[in-house]
Design a protein around this ligand. Structure first.
Ligand SMILES: [Zn+2]
Length: 462
């Protein structure tokens, strides 16, 4: 035993329960009622977590820390993004490796791993995007599954870049299913979006305020329905990522009652905690909110939150892809179609969901930790290592003070101007984070420079 955390409470289905946690060799050794642990070894660090809730290190199943775009445009990158993650209680992320045109999936995965190595302070796993559903790429899938990358992503959106036709999507689903993997789908109709965008451009409506008009709700709903039909036809396990509309959720709910294969629904923080009023504010606010699918109205955000509470949506992710606002401002000279899509959120997820739903009593603390920690870990193949405070699991532990109230400030090196949540009064704060049994965050600062490791995953839970 080299660390004992006393005085805190762990989450249970019946509510927070006082418990002490013992850590040895970077793993959880025991979780026991107060005072019931065997005496700590001489030299063990004893940490007082009185008044804190203790959660498993949060798992964000959808990030883009490693995202380079064309023309030298980059997101904040591995180091800064992972610092924000740790400060917000997220110790594990699953990032998307995106092959260039003509590049093999394996080469893209290697490129992503090389970029993350030594820079990412969280442990990380990878999904792999497939934007060319050609035989050369599809035949690579089984080897990637065997190498611990069992989840792939296909786009029905982004015509001319990443979009797959329905036939290509079907072929990809067949290949992923045969390899016992899972497909994640960005469900917006690229043709419908391209048409809407063309009309806006032709009529000179090119400021960022018009961005959501290029992503009409019917585009998402029709792509969600098509995805669900293809999943049923191919029996491929599917996750629809970043669902943003009540109507999409209704289609998912219906499909789940009839499903022959697993279908999961993901919601991202900005689709719960922010809404489309940002596009009607000043240009900076509108630019910060340029992401796809766009922010939606409050009837949708409310329906999605209710769906997450009820279990119709499986986990909360962020789609974290933060660009400095200055970069978006420069790109916007060419119109909103040139602005890189994405916003931050990896540091905000735990606190903001607590503030939105747990502090008000709408969501139990147990469901909160399920949606941010346990479910993404289990469904994405990290059972046994991440997502629970149980003996044998990695000692990634978050100390959270549910009573603390403060005004939100962007974390770490995050770009203050581009933050969607700055200045908001929030309830609940991450005050301490341990990763692998060592202190990673204390007093609001990252105190580790120790890089995270690559996590191979298996969807069969072994
Ligand atoms: Zn994404």
């Amino acid at each position: 035993m080299n660390l004992v955390i006393t005085g805190g409470s762990v989450m249970t289905p019946d509510g927070p329960e006082p418990a002490d946690i013992a850590v040895a060799g970077g793993r959880i050794a025991a979780v026991a009622p107060p005072g019931a642990l065997p005496p700590a070894d001489a030299g063990a660090e004893v940490c007082d977590a009185s008044g804190l809730w203790l959660l498993p290190g949060a798992v964000d199943a959808h990030t883009h820390f490693g995202m380079p775009l064309k023309g030298g445009i980059r997101s904040l990158g591995w180091r800064k993004s992972s610092e924000a993650a740790l400060l917000g209680g997220t110790t594990t992320v699953i990032d998307f490796a995106n092959p260039d045109r003509g590049e093999s999936l394996t080469a893209a995965v290697d490129r992503w791993k090389t970029a993350a190595t030594g820079r990412c302070l969280c442990d990380y796993a990878l999904h792999c995007t497939v934007s060319e559903a050609v035989p050369d790429r599809l035949t690579e899938i089984p080897a990637l599954v065997a190498a611990g990358i069992p989840t792939f992503k296909g786009f029905l959106a982004y015509k001319g870049r990443l979009m797959l036709t329905p036939d290509e999507m079907r072929a990809l689903m067949h290949a992923v299913r045969q390899a016992s993997g899972m497909l994640l789908v960005h469900a917006e109709d690229g043709e419908m979006n391209a048409q809407a965008e063309q009309v806006l451009v032709n009529t000179g409506r090119t400021t960022a305020n018009w961005h959501p008009a290029a992503h009409p709700p019917e585009s998402e709903v029709s792509a969600v329905k098509r995805t669900l039909e293809l999943a049923r036809e191919t029996r491929c396990p599917v996750t629809i990522v970043h669902m943003s509309l009540a109507e999409s959720l209704a289609a998912l709910r219906e499909a789940r009652t009839a499903a022959t294969a697993a279908v999961y629904g993901e919601v991202c923080l900005h689709h719960l905690a922010a809404d489309d009023s940002l596009y009607r504010m000043d240009q900076d606010r509108a630019l910060a909110a340029v992401c796809s699918p766009p922010l939606r109205g409050t009837a949708d955000t409310a329906a999605l939150l209710a769906g997450l509470i009820a279990g119709d949506l499986d986990w909360l992710a962020t789609d974290h892809c933060e660009f400095p606002l200055e970069l978006k401002r420069t790109a916007a000279h060419g119109g909103f179609t040139k602005v890189p899509n994405g916003c931050g959120g990896v540091g905000e997820r735990l606190t903001l969901l607590h503030d939105l739903a747990v502090a008000s009593g709408a969501m139990t603390p147990w469901r909160w930790q399920e949606t941010c920690c346990q479910k993404p870990a289990e469904i994405m193949g990290l059972t046994g290592r991440k997502g629970r405070l149980q003996p044998g699991y990695d000692a990634d532990i978050v100390g959270f003070d549910p009573r603390r109230e403060f005004r939100w400030r962007p974390l770490g090196a995050s770009d203050g101007d581009g933050n969607l949540y700055r200045g908001r009064r929030v309830r609940g704060q991450v005050v301490r984070v341990w990763k692998g049994g060592r202190t990673a965050v204390a007093d609001g600062r990252v105190v580790t420079g120790e890089p995270g490791s690559f996590l191979p995953r298996r969807l069969d839970g072994k």
